[in-house]
Design a protein around this ligand. Sequence first.
Ligand code: ZN
Ligand code: ZN
Length: 303
Amino acid sequence: MSTQDRKGIEGFWLEYSGILQECIEALPIGLESLQTHSQLTLQEIESGSPFIKRQLGAINGIVMVDHCRRLESLLVNHLGQAFLGISAKIIRDDSIHSSMIHFFDNVLNAKPTYLATICRTADLDLETLTLFAVYAVRPIRQAVMMAGRSDDNGQEWPYGYCPVCGLWPRMAIVDETTSELHLWCIGCGGAWRFPRLVCPFCFERSPERFGYLYLNDDSSYRIYTCDRCRRYLKTKLTHLKDKTTPVSFDVEYMSSSSLDEMARIERYIQDFVGFAAFDLQDNAAARAYRKQACLMAHMNPGE
Ligand SMILES: [Zn+2]
Ligand SMILES: [Zn+2]
């Protein structure tokens, strides 16, 4: 990542944060029925069902289409011409309502083949479309995340996937002051505390199966790797309480693509950014995963 790229990403994020906030405020979204995490019963936590699956109220379509168009122009201005015309390819003027509902519904439900199909029919690059899609639905996911948050200190949640969206974490932060690990979700921008020395993807906990990779020129980043599931986690080491240099996970994530490249060379593979863990379905793999999470939570009281 060159300094120029990092500058573009920071410029994008600075402006995007503003339109994101405006969009969230304008969304008449039915959040009244959502509980905060701290109000969840043990049974609800053990069910492991992401919040986004709960019923959302009517989403303001005009606000969301406008958000997509503004997002596109910011992406073009800061990150390049590849994003030009992307919202028109997804949200067509001839059927704004149906194409928009279809798009948001598929992205929020993290349907694995949906984005790939758009790429083929609209002649788009998957990485470009994915980045656009993630931020196009961010206001909805972030509104749900904020409604469910009881403090800013990172929630306890015993699963390796996001409590709100059901997506796998794209980054982690180790707070060097408290030694706590926070997993971060690109879907809603939320983070939650998770035990260190446990793989969030497969619950491996044997130290000999973990490794790490790092950049020679920046010791504040690590990639933690797991040899059981062959997944990895980009990790930033920082002091979260240090408000003079607040961490923007989005900027850290987007500007650390060289770490993903490094992990790929070592044959560690992340799931595709748009995939939810277990496809948001209650299948056998999801049940087995949740069972392990509950066992782990009981073995580590207070973690
Ligand atoms: Zn999330
Ligand atoms: Zn693993």
